[in-house]
Ligand binder design. Structure first.
Ligand SMILES: C=C(O[C@@H]1C=C(C(=O)O)C=C[C@H]1O)C(=O)O
Length: 383
């Protein structure tokens, strides 16, 4: 067969695959309705196990190895669970309106832009993008009613917690209503024709610079230009029209600005992933069928063992902690506010009791929000 002919057949097969994936997604959404009617949790890892075992068996005579089938189905099942969660949540809170106005850092092509697209395609028919130049501006856009939601990066596997966002949460009246993780693949991006040997200036956001610090140390002759977002870095390179100026950012984003990849995998950690939170003016309730996270801040005071006592309250109520972070309290040098993520629904009896006790034994507790957990850990099977 001729190359062109084979490619026509491949494209045709891909079209059929897409059709089948779309049909599978629609079936999963129908399953969500049935589960709600029967009061069953959305995730069913026993069913996933059975499905994977059977698919691995069915794949073998077709020449599809177990690793390939497992990897594919982890992606498909994660999507299916997150689609179902979004649907159930939308019904419960009357969200998922036709139009959502969402504030995020940067413009088209920034990492926050892609995270926003990913989160809201499951929830809104139309997204109105409100690009901002700082985290403060993003929060203000929602506080003043110019935006319905904000998407904020909160931590990254290479650079750790994003302190500026933690500090903004201390003072805002907004609530956390969602989370998502997004892989951050830093590339060196330049105008076509750029030669790596001639670069003199790199434009990037300070977080990006922190995440690529090992790589940047090897480029001591190059000037670093701090930018408001990766999209801003791309725009500067486009406008500079100077082949010695490059940006760090995502490949897809850079391509929107006419830039090409000069280097990949620049982050300190191989698996460079950011966790984003979604905030809104109104807190939400999380459906019982969905695993929930609650985030709160507390000030324990400085007496010996105060933090231990607070954490013991969680232990006594069987509540698992996902993250504990401390941040200074402005105006009170060396005093710390603790941020705690727990894997619990705010409406659970155990959580209500734990919060009552924490209110009693600490100086201050503020719930920042309860939201669906998007950690869909892949189900493993023995192959
Ligand atoms: C679709 C379902 O919901 C979830 C998603 C699954 C899937 O996509 O195959 C399997 C089990 C559940 O975790 C289901 O329960 O059948």
């Amino acid at each position: 067969m001729e190359l062109d002919q084979i490619r026509i057949e491949i494209s045709d097969t891909d079209q059929q695959l897409l059709g089948l994936l779309s049909k599978r997604r629609a079936l999963a959404l129908a399953v969500a309705e049935a589960k709600l009617a029967q009061n069953k949790p959305i995730r069913d890892q026993k069913r996933e196990q059975e499905l994977l075992v059977s698919l691995i068996e069915k794949g073998k005579p077709l020449g599809l190895d177990a690793g390939y089938v497992t990897k594919l189905y982890h992606v498909i099942i994660e999507d299916s669970v997150l689609q179902q969660q979004a649907k159930v949540q939308g019904q419960l809170n009357g969200e998922n309106g036709p139009v959502c106005r969402v504030a995020f850092l940067g413009r088209q092509g920034s990492y926050s832009y892609w995270a926003t697209q990913k989160y809201f395609t499951r929830r809104a028919e139309k997204l109105i993008e409100i690009g901002c130049d700082s985290f403060n501006e993003i929060v203000q856009a929602v506080e003043t009613g110019h935006a319905d939601y904000a998407v904020l990066p909160i931590e990254n596997t290479s650079s750790g917690s994003i302190n500026e966002v933690f500090d903004l949460l201390q003072h805002t009246r907004l609530s956390i209503v969602g989370e998502l993780t997004h892989p951050i693949k830093h590339c060196l991006m330049g105008l076509p024709g750029t030669n790596l040997a001639n670069i003199r200036q790199i434009c990037a956001h300070p977080q990006v610079i922190a995440q690529c610090s090992n790589y940047l140390q090897s480029l001591s002759q190059v000037k670093i230009e701090y930018c408001e977002a990766s999209s801003d870095a791309f725009e500067r390179v486009r406008q500079a029209k100077d082949l010695s100026v490059v940006a760090i950012g995502g490949e897809e984003g850079g391509a929107l600005y006419g830039l090409e990849v000069l280097g990949r995998d620049l982050a300190n950690q191989k698996d460079n992933v950011s966790r984003f939170i979604v905030v809104a003016r109104k807190a939400i309730a999380v459906a019982k069928a969905i695993p929930a996270k609650t985030t709160f801040i507390m000030y324990t005071g400085q007496q010996p063992g105060a933090l231990v006592d607070a954490l013991l309250v969680l232990k006594q109520h069987g509540i698992s902690m996902g993250k504990l972070e401390s941040r200074p309290i402005p105006g009170n040098p060396w005093e710390e506010m603790f941020y705690v993520d727990v894997l619990a629904n705010l409406e659970d009896y155990a959580m209500t009791r734990a919060l009552d006790e924490l209110n009693r034994i600490t100086r201050f507790v503020k719930v920042l929000g309860c939201y669906p957990s998007e950690d869909v850990s892949p189900t493993q099977v023995q192959s």
